[in-house]
Design a protein around this ligand. Structure first.
Ligand code: GRF
Length: 204
């Protein structure tokens, strides 16, 4: 049975598209996307998922408590036998209950080198702070925001000629590569987590 990925998104969906392209091109072997779920019915990413013939589901969050919405999303993920959940621009905090439903099976991508600049507009935060290097992080999701063990990070130099947008564009290119790498690490399952450190087991 191929691994079954569930993607959660709220917006443009470029990370989702990068993952879908990687699967189609065989860069993520033995996996398929069995559900793409959005909390925003008008998210461009969900329209793309539909166009690609994927199982695209809108589960609006508006007017629902976090728990109520999370229960609907988890039930859709389970109904579709999802075994790895990938947050790809999903603008909702998951409840601890949600996180516990998929232990070490929820990934998130964040556009900074965590633990620097968690939260919203990380690229703008990094640019305004004046860092010379930024990047992106794919990490396991735990109960805290942008916090779980790190799987992959990629660095991006901040240039004197940059503005927030140019920097964000170069970070996004690296995000698309980082997510595929991280999914492959997790699906291969050949790693240990020691404290917060993910250590890939040596090849035998
Ligand atoms: C990305 O920058 C990602 O790191 C952050 O939200 C943005 C989503 O972009 N979590 P996209 O919808 O994948 O294009």
């Amino acid at each position: 049975m191929p691994h079954s990925l569930g993607i959660l998104l709220s917006g443009r969906g470029s990370n989702f598209i990068a993952i879908a392209d990687s699967i189609d091109a065989g860069r993520i072997p033995d996996a398929r996307i069995s559900a793409v779920i959005t909390n925003k019915a008008d998210a461009p990413g969900i329209a793309t998922a539909r166009q690609r013939g994927l199982n695209a589901l809108a589960i609006p969050s508006k007017g629902k408590s976090r728990e109520e919405h999370d229960r609907e999303v988890v039930s859709a993920l389970k109904k579709n036998d999802v075994d790895l959940v990938c947050l790809a621009g999903y603008m909702r905090l998951l409840s601890p209950w949600f996180v516990q439903q998929f232990p070490r099976r929820i990934l998130n991508i964040h556009p900074s080198l965590l633990p620097a600049f968690p939260g919203l507009e990380a690229q703008e935060q990094a640019f305004a702070y004046g860092v010379k290097v930024s990047g992106c992080t794919v990490h396991f999701v735990d109960e805290e925001l942008d916090h779980g063990p790190i799987i992959v990070q990629k660095t991006v130099a901040v240039l004197d000629s940059d503005d927030e947008h140019k920097l964000a564009t170069r970070i996004l290119e690296q995000e698309h590569l980082a997510y595929t790498e991280a999914i492959n690490v997790v699906l291969a399952g050949k790693f240990r987590i020691v404290g917060r450190r993910l250590i890939v087991d040596e090849k035998s």
